[in-house]
Structure formats: structure tokens, C-alpha cells
Design a protein around this ligand. Structure first.
Ligand SMILES: Nc1ncnc2c1ncn2[C@@H]1O[C@H](COP(=O)(O)OP(=O)(O)OP(=O)(O)O)[C@@H](O)[C@H]1O
Ligand SMILES: [Mg+2]
Length: 330
């Protein structure tokens, strides 16, 4: 079998998103339409599928583009920190609050606030967020005067909010307020032609850095890449290629450059389950045990470094944090 060269692919680039998939082109059209209104929008998509890029595109394509875009990850803060981050605080609101500070709501006034991993917003902040959505009003921590802002709110989740509502972990009224419009990002495996296009786009970017130069993909490696489900989507592909540029040698991307899962060295099922965060994920004790073991292994291997663990597992830091919490490891 011959190595694969870069094919001539017809690509579209929209606000940093590269694609040749008809499903993505339809999504770009929906983004353009949704950008013209101020409607509160929920983005659904697997980990690493580009939710933040879509949020930025909604901002950049709309009338608020000249004001600020602010993003916050609701999974990576404690409740108090997230409240302070969002609402700001007045001087003396808590120990260490030596001055007053505007929160993201004020910083994003006239612009857009992006709430990533909104499913993880702590229960005690859900009511306050609802008020922001209903009235665009809030009170900074320790403050007595309410503030009013004019912001568009975009949020994102890779788990279904409805399931959380059923489990009483998420307020139903908040769910309806957040998902006035829902935009769904297809996973990489459902974007026809994009695995090849994105692989070469990312290889071109990495070639331009001047280290290893990759010009071909071996037939075996390409086979393995095509049959892999890419649960961590574009981020996982990017991380894998970055690793190949640092550790590998020569002009051909070979099987030895691929993630162990693609080489069939690890039971793929547990990493898929670990990475998808999908509501339909079949939960069995055996799978939970596998997932937990994988987390513990990564923890030991990287001395608890979240960044390195997330990279090795091909998931985002926030997904990692959520998984660690689910398994009561943090
Ligand atoms: N269509 C695309 N073309 C090029 N790069 C992309 C595309 N989609 C995503 N990326 C890149 O993949 C990475 C992941 O994208 P992003 O952070 O937007 O995903 P996400 O869905 O927010 O992920 P997470 O669920 O992990 O927060 C980023 O580096 C982004 O630039
Ligand atoms: Mg994100």
C-alpha cells in the first residue's frame, strides 16, 4: 500500500473553523442567522469539537462584535470563585478583597459572555444566573447596589441538561432560559472529509514551525486514524499530531506516531467512555472501574499535573476535572 500525500481538498474557513463537510456548512449558516439576533444560545457538542470557536463566531458575526467577548469555564472554579469571577466584588467583600473588581458580566457589557461547561454551574449560583438571564441584573459580592448589564449569553455543554434536571441537579427554568436556540456541533467522525482535511491543516501548521517536516501518512496509520472514533475530536487529533512532531522522526506519519488507542494497545472502550461525556454513555460498574483506573494511572504517571493528564487522555482540562470529581478523586 502507498503512503498518502496531501490531497487537493476544497475547504471553507469560517471564523477559524476549517471544514469541507456539508453538515458544518449548514451549521455556519445557522451561526450567521443566530448571530443577527441576541437570542440566548446553547451549544451542544462533544469535548474538543469546537464549541468555543462557535461561541466566538456568534460574537464576531453579530452586532456586538466591537464590544468584548468574555469566556468562563463553569467547571473549573469553586462556587465562591465563580461567583466572584462573574459578578465581581466590592472592597472588603471577603478576606483579601482589598479593592473592588468588576466581574465578567460588567467586562462583557454590550458584548458576549460565554459560559462553557454550563452543566457544572454550582447549584447555589443557578438562581443568580437565572436572574441575570431574565433581567440582566445582579449584585456584586458584598455590594448593596444592583447592576444592570446589556449582554448576550452563550453557553455550552457536552452533557444533556435534561438528564441533570431529571436528577434535580439543574434548575429546569434555567435550562429553558439557556436553550432558547440550540446549535449542535457534529463530532469529527460525522464530518465527511474533515479528518483528512484537518489532519493536513494541522500538519501544515506544525511543519511551519520548522522542526520535523511531515509530507506523507503511511497507509497503516491512515487506516487506524480512519477507524478511530476520535472521542476528543479536533483537540485530540491536534494533541496527537503535536506529540508526533515532538517525539517522532522523518517525513512519514507512521503507526508509531499514533496514540496507543489507535495502535490497538489499550482497550479502546475505556478511553472512549472516558472522553465522550455523552449522556447516552452506558454506565456499568465495569466501565466505571476502567475509567477510574485510567484516571488513577494518569495521575500517577504525571504526578497529578492536570494539563499533562488531560493531554495524555485526549480530553480537556474541564472534562478531566469533572471526571475526577465524579470518581471522587478530588
Ligand atoms: N473546525 C476546526 N478547524 C480548525 N481547528 C479547530 C476546529 N474546531 C476546533 N478546532 C481547534 O480544536 C481545539 C478545540 O476547540 P474548542 O476549544 O473550541 O473545543 P470545545 O468544544 O470548546 O472543547 P472542550 O469541550 O474541550 O471545551 C482548539 O484548539 C480549536 O482551535
Ligand atoms: Mg471549550
Amino acid at each position: 500500500m502507498n503512503d498518502r500525500m496531501r490531497p487537493d481538498l476544497k475547504q471553507t474557513v469560517f471564523n477559524g473553523m476549517v471544514t469541507c463537510s456539508p453538515r458544518m456548512l449548514s451549521l455556519f449558516e445557522l451561526i450567521r442567522r443566530a448571530a443577527h439576533s441576541d437570542v440566548t444560545t446553547l451549544l451542544r457538542g462533544e469535548s474538543g469539537s469546537g464549541k468555543e470557536l462557535v461561541a466566538r463566531a456568534l460574537h464576531a458575526e453579530g452586532a456586538r462584535r466591537s464590544a468584548r467577548f468574555r469566556a468562563v469555564n463553569c467547571a473549573s472554579f469553586t462556587s465562591e470563585m465563580l461567583a466572584s469571577e462573574l459578578f465581581g466584588h466590592v472592597k472588603g467583600a471577603f478576606t483579601g478583597a482589598v479593592g473592588s473588581r468588576d466581574g465578567l458580566l460588567v467586562q462583557a457589557d454590550k458584548g458576549t459572555l460565554f459560559l462553557d461547561e454550563v452543566a457544572d454551574i454550582p447549584a447555589d449560583l443557578q438562581g443568580r444566573l437565572l436572574r441575570v438571564l431574565q433581567e440582566r441584573r445582579f449584585r456584586p459580592l458584598g455590594g448593596s447596589v444592583e447592576k444592570q448589564v446589556d449582554i448576550r449569553i452563550i453557553s455550552a455543554t457536552n452533557t444533556g441538561l435534561r438528564d441533570l434536571v431529571a436528577q434535580r441537579k439543574f434548575r429546569e427554568d434555567l435550562m429553558y432560559r439557556l436553550r432558547v436556540v440550540i446549535l449542535r456541533l457534529p463530532p469529527l467522525r460525522e464530518r465527511e472529509g474533515d479528518l483528512e482535511l484537518l489532519t493536513w491543516t494541522l500538519i501544515d501548521r506544525l511543519n511551519a514551525k520548522g522542526g520535523r517536516q511531515i509530507h506523507r501518512i503511511s497507509a497503516d496509520a491512515w487506516d487506524a486514524m480512519q477507524s478511530y472514533p476520535w472521542p476528543g475530536n479536533i483537540r485530540e487529533l491536534d494533541n496527537m499530531l503535536q506529540g508526533a512532531f515532538v517525539l517522532g522522526l522523518g517525513p512519514v506519519l507512521g503507526v508509531e506516531d499514533l496514540l496507543p488507542e489507535l495502535r490497538g494497545e489499550a482497550p479502546p472502550i475505556d478511553s472512549i467512555m472516558l472522553s465522550t461525556g455523552h449522556p447516552d454513555r452506558p454506565v456499568t460498574n465495569e466501565l466505571d472501574a476502567l475509567e477510574r483506573r485510567q484516571l488513577v494511572d494518569a495521575w500517577q504517571r504525571f504526578g497529578g499535573s492536570r494539563g499533562k493528564m488531560a493531554d495524555a487522555l485526549g480530553i480537556s482540562r474541564s472534562t478531566l476535572y469533572r471526571r475526577l470529581r465524579e470518581h471522587e478523586l478530588v
